[in-house]
Design a protein around this ligand. Structure first.
Ligand SMILES: [Zn+2]
Length: 140
């Protein structure tokens, strides 16, 4: 994979929002059809989501949601309800699939049930828990 210059991204994001110097996620930011996680700074939980668009586009939506305290986002809801701070600089891609949306959603669901998350209502997801012992942990 070609290296993506960080300077272009840094200019499109306010440095107060994400410290991209402190992370190696730069190579992830242009990727799409991904499952990603945004860890919390103050507890061991993270937000796991999927995006068919580039990671940086989705990540900026989460940053904006926190700034605007938009409770439609689980990220903002966690910050507001728990008083925690999210580590956007440690957000990263944990999986990807170019097969189709259902496969991406399946991957997202498997990561959600195998990791501590503060995602909102995930009851609509159905992943067979018998697979749980075989799933990779994000925390590896
Ligand atoms: Zn937290």
């Amino acid at each position: 994979m070609a290296l993506i210059p960080g300077s272009k991204l840094k200019s499109s994001l306010k440095s107060s929002d994400i410290n991209l110097n402190a992370t190696n996620t730069n190579n992830d930011l242009k990727r799409s059809n991904i499952v990603y996680c945004i860890p919390c700074s103050d507890c061991d939980k993270c937000y796991i989501g999927l995006s068919r668009r580039p990671f940086e586009v989705r990540l900026k939506e989460h940053v904006r949601s926190v700034k605007n305290r938009d409770l439609d986002y689980a990220t903002a809801a966690h910050v507001v309800s728990e008083g925690h701070t999210l580590s956007f600089d440690r957000a990263r891609v944990i999986d990807s699939s170019n097969i189709n949306y259902n496969h991406l959603a399946y991957l997202e669901a498997t990561h959600i049930i195998s990791n501590p998350v503060f995602n909102g209502n995930t009851a609509w997801r159905n992943t067979n828990h018998m697979w749980l012992p075989f799933l990779p942990s994000v925390a590896r």
